[in-house]
Design a protein around this ligand. Structure first.
Ligand SMILES: NC(=O)c1ccc[n+]([C@@H]2O[C@H](COP(=O)([O-])OP(=O)(O)OC[C@H]3O[C@@H](n4cnc5c(N)ncnc54)[C@H](O)[C@@H]3O)[C@@H](O)[C@H]2O)c1
Length: 305
């Protein structure tokens, strides 16, 4: 198959593109290398890929000869109140609308990367897909808007679309603004680590290879119009994760508590029974094993530098 992966120079997209290539598929990567974090890091992520530098919010997307689109490009990060909001509208809502338009015209399936953040402080834990969305951050609002666009394009233009809602994905190459990456970098550099709020907020941490396997299963086996939670099996608090990292690295992290971040939710816990039942997917990586791989990578980036 020939797949197009948007956001292919990013954290999850680069792992997905590699996995698809490893399975024998042709992969075309698309990324505009935004400066949300260091574009040099993204260039390293995509070093082994056929990458087209396109801005999906403005440039034309040619889907000729493409069998499926994995749409992971976007502006991530829950800290999205204030003057950055237009970037979220442009890189999430506008870029996604243009991808859906192109895919509907070409008759090509899209798997869209949404987020557990659309649940906000959810009504139920573990949280199944039919829980009412209560987004707490502008980022989450834009992701929910994209899901609604998927529904509208499916309804009126027959777009073949599947939505996956990722729950806090981690592993090698995680974005430098994310909690576990910041913790690994601070451990490596012996620097003080700022934790937002009490650190008792918890997450369904999802190892990147598991997220990639679920995303591929969505492309290959899901019915059009379906929507799945993609979440790790072990819920852990920020403090639990730090304790595990300290144990793995044999180092102590100097933690300083700062104000809780606006838009940050207290808890995420994925109910993954739908994707298990319909696609046969379940998270396989234990948090300790995933963190060990992530720490090996993060500590090795110093040696490489
Ligand atoms: N990492 C997570 O835990 C997580 C959780 C839920 C959802 N998601 C979603 O998964 C996707 C991938 O996340 P990630 O953590 O790998 O982020 P990332 O920032 O590493 O990757 C996103 C990539 O998209 C590119 N991009 C942004 N706007 C673009 C545009 N207009 N045109 C072309 N490329 C553009 C960026 O340059 C970046 O390389 C995102 O859509 C994100 O919202 C991630």
């Amino acid at each position: 198959m020939r797949y197009l992966v948007t956001g292919a120079a990013g954290f999850i997209g680069s792992h997905l593109a590699e996995a698809l290539q490893g399975a024998g598929h042709d992969v075309v990567g698309v990324d505009s290398l935004t400066d949300y974090y260091d574009p040099a890091e993204k260039e390293r992520n995509a070093a082994a890929l056929d990458l087209r530098r396109l801005d999906l919010a403005h440039d034309a997307l040619d889907l000729d000869g493409v069998d499926g689109v994995f749409h992971l490009a976007g502006q991530p990060g829950a800290r999205s109140f204030g003057p950055v909001f237009p970037l979220y509208l442009e890189r999430n809502v506008l870029a996604t609308q243009r991808v859906f338009e192109a895919a509907a015209t070409a008759g090509v399936r899209v798997v869209f990367a949404s987020s557990s953040s659309i649940y906000g402080d959810a009504e139920r834990y573990p949280t199944p897909e039919d829980t009412p969305p209560l987004p707490r951050s502008p980022y989450a609002v834009t992701k929910l808007a994209c899901e609604q666009l998927a529904r509208a394009y499916r309804h009126d233009f027959g777009l073949d679309v599947v939505v996956v809602r990722y729950f806090t994905v981690y592993g090698p190459r995680q974005r430098p603004d994310m909690f576990l990456r910041r913790a690994c970098d601070a451990l490596r550099d012996g620097e003080r680590f700022e934790i937002y709020g009490t650190g008792t907020q918890s997450r369904s941490f999802t190892y990147v290879a598991d997220a990639v396997a679920a995303t591929v299963a969505a492309m290959e086996r899901a019915a059009g119009g379906s929507l799945y939670n993609v979440g790790g099996g072990e819920e852990a608090s920020m403090l639990d994760a730090i304790a595990l990292l300290e144990e793995l690295s044999g180092r102590h992290l100097h933690v300083r508590h700062v104000d809780a971040a606006l838009g940050d939710v207290a808890r995420t816990k994925a109910d993954v029974s739908r994707i298990a039942r319909e696609l046969g997917w379940a998270p396989e990586t234990r948090l300790a094993d995933g963190l060990s791989a992530m720490w090996s990578w993060a500590s090795g980036t110093v040696a490489a530098a």
